[in-house]
Design a protein. Structure first.
Length: 116
């Protein structure tokens, strides 16, 4: 199983980025997909999740600015990030969770840096 995150980079505050998580080796429709972020020395924090049925959930800090979506046919999950703020700067991780069997996968992180 692989989760390959990409799309991070350096942008100015107010700009947008779209993160992608390309998956392989799993049946995407069986998993709840999510994005989390983690600053150095801190715990990994929830950003957004999307169920196989398309139900989304967001942390309050990103509501109205970030949108999570999934393309089950392409096995890709996206995080559209608009109106980025300097406090969004950190490493973002893709997650795949299947409650049946408590299966949990993480991808490598992608760095997002927002300059003021």
């Amino acid at each position: 199983v692989q989760l390959q995150a990409s799309g991070g980079g350096l942008v100015q505050a107010g700009k947008s980025l779209r993160l992608s998580c390309a998956t392989s080796g799993l049946t995407l429709t069986s998993f709840r997909m999510g994005w989390y972020r983690q600053a150095p020395g801190k715990q990994r924090d929830f950003v957004a999740t999307i169920t196989s049925a398309g139900t989304t959930n967001y942390d309050d800090s990103v509501k109205g600015r970030f949108t999570i979506s999934r393309d089950n046919a392409k096995n890709i999950v996206y995080l559209q990030m608009n109106n980025l703020k300097p406090e969004d700067t950190t490493v973002y991780y893709c997650n795949a969770l299947r409650y049946l069997g408590n299966v949990n996968y993480w991808g490598q992180g992608t760095q997002v840096t927002v300059s003021s």
